[in-house]
Design a protein around this ligand. Sequence first.
Ligand SMILES: Nc1ncnc2c1ncn2[C@@H]1O[C@H](COP(=O)(O)OP(=O)(O)O)[C@@H](O)[C@H]1O
Ligand SMILES: [Mg+2]
Length: 227
Amino acid sequence: MRTKPKPMIELKNIYKVYKMGQNDVVALRRVSLTIARNEFVAIKGSSGAGKSTLLHLIGGLDRPTNGQVKVSGSDLAEFNDDELTIYRKDYIGFVFQFFNLIPSLNILENVMVSRMFNREKGLDRAQKLVKMVGLEGRMNHLPSELSGGEQQRVAIARALMNEPSIVLADEPTGNIDTETGMEIIKLFNKLKKSGTTIVLVTHDEEIARHADRTITLRDGKIITPNP
Ligand SMILES: Nc1ncnc2c1ncn2[C@@H]1O[C@H](COP(=O)(O)OP(=O)(O)O)[C@@H](O)[C@H]1O
Ligand SMILES: [Mg+2]
């Protein structure tokens, strides 16, 4: 008998309101969403639709104004700030549109930059990750010596350093061409196969098609049917 995968991320009735002086900006309204463990979900929507806000709430970078964010059964609202920091470090790998590599550090050093592990073990893992993202021969190179797509692969390796259960990627292919972007997607598919949950924000229809499921946001609301 096929067992249903255990839900990993559950959002219930999420509202996010940014207070802007007299004007409130409602970034998310009534967003409910379940993402299973090991799912690769793409979030689409035009600029300002609330995509980054949604990722920030899942990643514990921000808290909802209303509603519940649960990850593996834990309600993030019950975490204090220290626990939330630990949650981010232990569970989440962030990948952003801008690669944010440190220009003076080589590729291997950039991957190891968080220093949340002992040096020897860290070095071994970093080397394996650099290999996994296909940059084996480039470990001693500086970011400036790499193409945009290669730099993004380094940023992904860095995000994986702590073996996150969830990778949150905010327009990771926004600064590279679609063809190179496809290499990034292949990498995400590989990660998914090894048990990681992926939530990817993208404008790019072509990129989104490779996810298991696409969710579209408009004006802070989910407009696609959501099983
Ligand atoms: N820190 C903030 N303060 C005030 N308004 C914000 C903030 N972050 C986002 N917003 C607003 O919330 C809405 C959704 O933003 P965002 O989640 O960044 O959308 P997207 O990532 O889809 O472009 C936008 O109207 C944006 O201007
Ligand atoms: Mg955004």
